[in-house]
Design a protein around this ligand. Sequence first.
Ligand code: EPU
Length: 335
Amino acid sequence: MELINNASLKSFVTFGVEASCDHLYRIEDIEELKLAAQFLENPLILGGGSNVLPIGDIGRNVLRIELKGIEIEEEEANDPLVHIGAGEIWHQFVLWALDRNLGGVENLSLIPGTIGASPIQNIGAYGVEIESVFHSLEAVKLGTGEIRRFSKEECRFGYRDSIFKQEAKGQYIITGVTLRLTREHKVNTSYGAIQDVLNQRGILDPTIQDVSNAVIHIRQSKLPDPAVIGNAGSFFKNPIIPKNQYDTLKEMFTDMPGFPSEDLTVKVPAGWLIEHAGWKGKAIGHAGCYEKQALVLVNLGGATGTEIWNLAEEIIKTVGEKFEIRLSPEVNIWK
Ligand code: EPU
């Protein structure tokens, strides 16, 4: 375990904003993590820092989870279980799976962040969520240091949601995740943009590698690379509104997209709302609304967390005034 006092978080969060914490513990070992969970009061948990916006100086302990290792169970099985340490980088794991011809996570290529963070918000992209391959996870309970296993049902996954953002919020540190991958591939190209790329490339019978390549191509063309321009992917969740509200809005804004579900609600792309509230490509100070995807807020260079959050609040306000829809952040705000 490495302890850094009065640590700068700038290089540990993909927003690249200046922020500090009292103590940063980098933890590579499960026994150390159990001790830290038992004895440190109310710590904040950091993985890849790709879904966090720290604001100002955080007077708390931060634990950066760096537990490594990927193990495959039942090597010969068609649908083997794979156990991955929470500190592994998600995309490195996707590449590992593709190398072994194991399918199920190819649509989730290039999602930033670590394995440990992935179930918390049930990461999803291009028609697939981690839920669809999830088997179980292990976590350490804060306060006691006990290990607990959570089954898929116990995780209570929803759209960008799980028990770890609800009842169990701030109570557990995920140490490892077990996923069920497969050698019998069922490629999912239902998301229009994937099919478009495959068509352009003349690929009729895509492999999991082709799907991964298409997803990487789409993401790189629309989403800013955090190594170049600080950001945390989608800043807001796509709001889910009642169908009758959607129908009323649709009469006024005839090209407003919406994805209905069976429970009489409609998911509306927040990117569309933000763009049509006039924010796409605009900036306040050093905080910008990305020009190619309005759902992504960016650090134009030297932005503080407060500046990014001020922009977010302005966006929430104008979208609320124009559409009567309240956007909520997908990113975790640390104050
Ligand atoms: N749109 C606009 N203007 C914009 C952006 C989007 O009008 O500036 C509209 C378009 O109608 C577009 C629709 O929004 O067709 C959907 O956009 P997109 O396909 O880019 O997906 P998204 O809803 O903006 C979600 C996820 C992304 C994920 C993509 C692809 C959330 C909050 N975001 O974005 O996840 O990559 O779908 O599946 O659900 C992330 O979480 O960090 C992330 C990038």
